[in-house]
Design a protein around this ligand. Structure first.
Ligand SMILES: NC(=O)c1ccc[n+]([C@@H]2O[C@H](COP(=O)([O-])OP(=O)(O)OC[C@H]3O[C@@H](n4cnc5c(N)ncnc54)[C@H](O)[C@@H]3O)[C@@H](O)[C@H]2O)c1
Length: 257
């Protein structure tokens, strides 16, 4: 497939984990991809992999809690590529803050809201003028099953931040649809990465884990490839009539009509 030929994509916080798989998938489908991350070692590792594979991926060190760094990095990408067709607001996570609400501090809330919401808001604000100018854009926000149904291993701060991203999505979808720009949220259940594997091992007993798996109709957790495939669809031109949607990606673990 070559769905993103002549297109450019920005995937944030994507040197590892889910974002890395998404960036590689978009590049394999023809996009010129820019990846931001604050972790230099992981970025070097990604750069090595894409160079060996001959994929057009530019990896840049950006600490997304720094608003000026985000604005500068968007300007550099626009200079380099001329346009920004796809934005995947991947940054986020529960930052290992406590699971139990009564154990969460104001700081736990501020940090989680900063990466899951504010960092995505800043990036979107910097990218949108380029999409408006081109009359085309695809924005995919990384939500979570947590924001729709609550989480079995991340806390209230994380669920609330993902719910906020869904509401943000609706407003962006409404306001910028007339410019040819769509905005959707992908809401994955647990996707097994090294970090999530560690978190599940810490927060759930073997029995609980077995019970959770039994509750997932497809009898498995999600894979990075599942996320990459769903995002590639939402990011494609053919998804142009999908706007303001929250797409569940959880094997049927939680379903609504
Ligand atoms: N993994 C899951 O089970 C799962 C499920 C649902 C939703 N999500 C969402 O998917 C997204 C990616 O999750 P993940 O599990 O791959 O994340 P992760 O914790 O593995 O982090 C991915 C990357 O973010 C980078 N990063 C962290 N803070 C940064 C900052 N300030 N600036 C720049 N880079 C920074 C890290 O260096 C890392 O490379 C998040 O929004 C997460 O909430 C994940």
């Amino acid at each position: 497939m070559n769905r993103f030929k002549n297109q450019t994509a920005l995937v944030t916080a994507a040197a590892s984990g889910v974002g890395r798989g998404v960036a590689l998938r978009l590049a394999l489908e023809g996009a010129k991809v820019t990846v931001w991350d604050r972790d230099t070692a992981k970025l070097d590792d990604l750069s090595g992999e894409v160079a060996a594979a001959g994929l057009p991926v530019t990896a840049e060190v950006v600490d997304m809690t720094d608003g000026d760094a985000v604005v500068d990095a968007v300007a550099r990408m626009a200079d380099r590529n001329g346009r920004i067709d796809v934005l995947v607001n991947n940054i986020g996570g529960s930052l290992h803050t406590p699971f139990h609400f009564l154990e969460q501090s104001d700081e736990d809330w501020a940090r989680v809201m900063d990466v899951n919401v504010s960092a995505c808001v800043r990036t979107t604000r910097a990218v949108l003028p380029h999409m408006i100018e081109a009359g085309y854009g695809r924005i995919i926000n990384m939500g979570s099953k947590a924001g729709r149904f609550g989480s079995l291993f991340a806390g209230a701060n994380y669920s609330a931040s993902k719910g906020a991203m869904q509401a943000f999505t609706l407003q962006i979808a409404q306001e910028f649809g007339p410019h040819g720009i769509t905005c959707n949220t992908l809401c994955p259940g647990a996707i097994i990465t090294e970090r999530v594997e560690r978190l599940l091992a810490e927060r759930q007993s073997a029995e609980e884990r077995a019970r959770v798996l039994e509750s997932i109709p497809v009898r498995r957790h999600g894979r990075v490839e599942d996320v990459a495939a769903a995002i590639a669809y939402l990011a494609s031109e053919e998804a142009g009539f999908v706007n303001g949607a929250s797409l569940d990606l959880n094997g049927g673990q939680a379903m609504v009509i």
